[in-house]
Design a protein around this ligand. Structure first.
Ligand code: ADP
Length: 496
């Protein structure tokens, strides 16, 4: 497939190639199928991308396997891998503007976010793992004088990273950073809606000195390219972020093929609890509103269930409605825009369907509830708040992945904890209180991978990311993520 030129208003043209990136360069796909990426803010096509099939996946896996086995990366010294990955991170930073524009065009998120959050954080993540890798030590086991037992962490081999569209490059970096730093070869399959930054990143990685075949990108549909990776007998690990429905399919693929390791982050329905003694309702309102409406609600850790003690319920709800009314929804290329479009028409229909269901089930619509900016042709939905929600309603149980907040009242801490934990998911949870006792007792009882006290969704790379129940298995971020892409190996040396 040749280069395509994407015209960006106010910027000029960006050249892209929509072919799979295999063995260090773009290759013509063996599949004839293509998919068209759409700008969610206009509904207009952006580029034509190869919809890779099983033969393309085979080629990518063969390239990754060869690179792994001959040691061109897997047996380089950690110090050398560090230098290459640092250079890769530098190149991501140097190309920040171009990558930010591509991501904004493809996924409809505000340019102010892609420029200042998504792309810089992706580069930072790669750099962080690069810096970590030559500070990892193995163990000498206390075996006694007759043996020397050395336990080290070994790379798994060929890792397939399957990524969603809500933070394309950033979530790719979640997997790429630790997987590459520890010496694996990676095949990245971006979501069908958002291939462009993955393809560009692979080119930049090679420019940084990453050997051919160590980082391949296979674009295309989940049911073909994703499935072929999931079932492949020569893929050692699947690193997945996406929906719980697809996460379960990957567990099945692993069972039906080679029992590959599967690491899954599959979203949440995170509770944000406000106790009656919480102070600074203005700040709580700000964080509660942005905690669910950021990225148009398309965030796995969105605080989509707000549990509020009835003593402060009405006052806080009014403040949240005020914060929400001020949010600037609009053209993602406009620097003033704070909320962009939903990813595609299917997601728009799904979100509007949940809003209708919320009304039918008897929740009270306090704000929003409609599609907006129709003349743009884009898929925009107003930030929407429902009050009077019961935890049994669909809007309280399902991960909507859109700008919909469900507000649930409660009367006691026990009731709040029981509602919070009554979910299929367990990613994030928050509690706001001025009592140190309540902070400790409630956070101890919340079943979630991340519990925030007096803040919502604060985190950085130093702490693990993931959860329990149908949120998935394993952890992204922090040094813990390196364990996802390595296994322990013991060498037992007899002493005479
Ligand atoms: P979302 O609902 O956020 O789009 P999905 O779980 O559908 O999340 O998609 C996340 C990733 O999983 C995407 O890269 C997609 O192509 C891939 N995918 C979706 N369905 C399948 C499937 N049945 N088999 C393999 N991969 C899939």
């Amino acid at each position: 497939m040749e280069q395509q030129s994407i015209q960006v208003p106010g910027y000029g043209a960006i050249m892209i190639c929509g072919s799979p990136f295999i063995d260090g360069r773009f290759r013509s796909a063996q599949s004839d199928e293509t998919l068209v990426t759409i700008n969610p803010a206009t509904g207009q096509p952006i580029a034509s991308i190869a919809a890779c099939g099983a033969a393309d996946v085979d080629a990518a896996v063969a390239s990754a396997r060869k690179a792994f086995e001959d040691g061109r990366w897997s047996r380089r010294s950690p110090k050398d891998r560090k230098l290459v990955l640092q250079r890769f991170a530098d190149l991501l930073d140097e190309h920040r503007e171009e990558l930010a524009l591509l991501e904004t065009l493809e996924v409809g998120k505000p340019i102010s976010d892609t420029r200042s959050v998504d792309i810089p954080k992706a580069a930072y993540m790669i750099r962080w793992y690069a810096e970590a890798i030559d500070k990892q030590y193995g163990d000498v086991a206390p075996t006694g004088p007759t043996a020397l037992a050395l336990t080290t962490r070994e790379p798994l081999g060929v890792v397939a990273a399957i990524i969603p569209w809500n933070f394309p490059l950033y979530l790719a970096a979640y997997k790429l950073g630790p997987a590459l730093a520890t010496g694996n070869s990676v095949i990245l399959k971006p979501a069908e809606q958002s291939s462009l930054t993955a393809l560009r990143a692979a080119e930049l990685a090679v420019e940084a000195g990453l050997p051919e075949g160590v980082f391949n990108v296979v674009t295309g549909n989940g049911l073909t390219a994703g499935r072929a990776l999931g079932l492949h007998m020569d893929v050692d690990c699947i690193a997945f972020t996406g929906s719980a429905r697809t996460a379960k399919v990957f567990l099945r693929y692993a069972g039906e093929s080679n029992m590959k390791k599967v690491q899954l982050e599959a979203g949440g329905k995170s509770p944000n609890i406000v106790m009656p003694d919480a102070t600074d309702l203005d700040e709580i309102a700000r964080q509660a509103a942005w905690g669910v409406f950021y990225n148009a609600g398309q965030v796995c850790s969105a605080g989509s269930r707000l549990l509020v003690h009835r003593n402060v319920h009405d006052e806080l709800l009014g403040k949240i409605a005020d914060v929400t009314a001020e949010m600037k929804i609009g053209d993602p290329l406009d620097e003033a825009t704070q909320i962009g479009a939903l990813i595609d028409e299917a997601q728009l229909r799904r979100v509007l369907g949940y809003i209708e269901q919320g009304k039918l089930e008897g929740a009270e619509l306090v704000a929003g509830g409609n599609r907006t900016l129709l003349s743009s042709g884009g898929y925009f939905v107003e930030p929407t708040i429902f009050a009077g929600v019961s935890n049994q309603m669909a809007i309280a149980r399902d991960e909507i992945f859109g700008p919909v907040l469900s507000v649930i009242g409660f009367d006691s801490a026990d009731e709040a904890i029981s509602i919070a934990n009554d979910s299929d998911f367990a990613l994030g949870a928050a509690v706001w209180t001025s009592s140190i006792d309540t902070a400790h007792s409630v956070s101890a009882l919340l079943h979630a991978g991340l519990v925030w006290v007096n803040n919502y969704d604060a985190s950085d790379l130093t702490v693990p990311w993931g959860g329990f129940k149908q949120t998935g298995t394993g952890r992204d971020k922090s040094l813990e993520a390196m364990n996802e892409y390595t296994g322990s190996k013991t060498v037992w040396i007899a002493r005479r």
